[in-house]
Ligand binder design. Structure first.
Ligand code: FAD
Length: 496
């Protein structure tokens, strides 16, 4: 197996996009087969090694940054099969963990299939998107990654393989999972007993639901319960035509009314993605795109799957909805072909680049939220974000997945004092989101950055539930130390 420990090879594995500092490791292993991965984990106790699993480093929460553990890079486990039709307009494809999302999406599109999960950043590994249950704009229609996973092949902390298809092992009425591993070892443990928040999206801590599938416990467990080596992913037919549109509004209330109309299930034109840009985001974008109208109160980007036969009718319905909400229709950007849609995609993706460029001139890091609350409380949290930042005089932007009642607030500090103030405000936002029955992470996960806030969400008993499961599946705490559960909870056998 390839092993590297020279500083140049290691450096990239000490970071992701979180800006978390202080990562360090003795070296990085690059298994090329599942057997190599299993053997590596089997030798962990003998060799006194703990491991942090590395995807492609686009995570935002420091999950892959080692704190002295060895790193296992999934980079060389990059084999990908062919789509296999399974009837009923579905297919599946077998993919190893180190395949890039972009590679998978392009490959299946060539044969007329579609893999919906789209966590904005395409240069992430499939294994990581499963470990993090990634979601994105299209999750409004298709849900997060877990909805598209039919089977996972895991390597557990002791090196044993767990090949798990959906439907094979569900929690019984007492919440118990029972499963026999190939070695004959029996697995038997209870699902977490806490209740997850009633938000459209939620990605904080282990999944828990009555009658849940064991597959769903591992999806979103951020590499703390096992290494995802391979998966069968479900595909749907590639839509024959897409309508993409960026529509501006003068008044924020009209924009919100438009979102409500787009989301009505009886509406003939329910999009697959509904995304939001506030007026501050648009001001940043106007630096690069002078066509962004001045004085707009915000914009909505939406994407609708259609057909060439239906396209004209769908456009008429959409324009009628826009007009009914006083949209700035003349200034809006309608993209009907692939090239124009790519330009619109570039526009959306320019926002983080422009903002990061601005921040690098201030020599400060942004403070960003990933919280979500139940739909009925969304406006309250949204208004609270804005009024709190205005009161502090911060530069900030709000953007994201408004279809799922989940937007990101980025506070952009101009100096260190503002950075400290923004961090304090972040805590207030966590408190507000929890008070409203929400989650501290709707999509980016907990990693190492947010584990302290998870205690506020699940309290000591909920964290104790997670510790119980972690210790059952990884008694020597070999995998992804510090992710999700604060390390202090493992320092003694009692729960604090
Ligand atoms: C500009 C930008 C936009 C983004 N937008 C979104 C978004 O809209 N939605 C969203 O959900 N995310 C988003 N992300 C976050 C990120 O892309 C996802 O979390 C992604 O899944 C990380 O993939 P990676 O390969 O880079 O993983 P890494 O950052 O390398 O690792 C992420 C975590 O997964 C664990 N891990 C990796 N591989 C495995 C494995 N095989 N088995 C077990 N654990 C493993 C790691 O230990 C770590 O904890 C965004 C990131 C960026 C930079």
């Amino acid at each position: 197996m390839i092993y590297k420990d020279d500083p140049d090879s290691i450096r990239g594995f000490l970071e992701d996009t979180s800006n978390l500092k202080g990562g360090h490791t003795p070296g990085v292993f690059f298994p090329e087969t599942v057997d190599e991965l299993a053997d590596l984990l089997k030798s962990a106790i003998r060799e006194h090694r703990q491991f942090t699993i590395a995807g492609n480093g686009t995570g935002t929460t420091g999950g892959r940054i080692p704190q002295g553990e060895y790193v296992v890079s999934m980079q060389k486990l990059d084999r990908i099969g062919e789509p296999v039709p399974i009837g009923g307009d579905r297919a599946y494809i077998t993919v190893q963990a180190g395949v890039l999302l972009e590679t998978l999406q392009k490959k299946v599109e060539h044969s007329g299939w579609f893999y919906p999960p789209d966590p904005t950043e395409k240069l992430c590994f499939i294994g990581s998107t499963i470990a993090n249950n990634s979601s994105g704009a299209r999750s409004f229609k298709y849900g997060p990654t877990r909805n598209h996973v039919a089977r996972i092949l895991l390597v557990l902390a002791d090196g044993e393989r767990l090949n798990l298809s959906r439907g094979v092992c569900r929690a019984d009425k007492d919440g118990l999972f029972r499963f026999t591993l190939p070695s004959g070892r029996e697995i038997s443990f209870k699902r977490p007993e806490y209740r997850m928040p009633a938000t459209s999206k939620h990605n904080a801590g282990y999944f828990s639901e009555a009658d849940m599938d064991l597959v769903d416990l591992f999806i979103g467990s951020e590499g703390t319960l096992g290494v995802i080596a391979e998966a069968d992913l479900l595909l749907t037919p590639l839509p024959s035509a897409i309508i993409s549109c960026l529509v501006y509004f003068r008044k924020i209330n009209e924009l919100f009314r438009f979102v409500d109309l787009l989301k009505e299930p009886e509406n003939a034109v329910v999009p697959r993605a509904i995304e939001f840009f506030d007026s501050h985001s648009l001001e940043f974008l106007a630096e690069k795109y002078p066509e962004v109208p001045a004085r707009s109160g915000g914009a909505i980007f939406f994407e609708l799957e259609t057909t060439t036969q239906r396209e004209e009718g769908d456009l008429d319905l959409l324009f009628a909805l826009m007009e009914s909400c006083n949209a700035m229709t003349d200034e809006s950007w309608m993209a009907l072909d692939r090239d124009e849609q790519e330009r619109l995609r570039e526009f959306r993706h320019a926002l983080p680049l422009i903002v990061n460029d601005w921040l690098s001139r201030q020599h400060e890091s942004k403070i960003s939220t990933d919280m979500a609350v139940p739909e009925s409380a969304f406006r309250e949290l949204f208004d609270f974000y804005g009024s709190s930042c205005e009161q502090e005089g911060f530069v900030y932007i709000i953007f994201g997945h408004i279809g799922d009642a989940h937007v990101h607030l980025n506070i952009l500090p101009r100096n260190h004092e503002e950075f400290v103030g923004a961090k304090a405000l972040y805590r207030t936002f966590v408190g507000k989101a929890l008070e409203l029955g929400g989650t501290i992470s709707a999509e980016h996960g907990i990693g190492k950055l947010k584990s302290e806030y998870l205690v506020g969400m699940y309290h000591e008993t909920g964290i104790g539930e997670m510790v119980r499961i972690k210790k059952y599946l990884d008694p020597y705490l070999l995998l992804n130390k510090g992710n999700i559960i604060p390390a202090a909870y493992f320092e003694t056998n009692t729960i604090h």
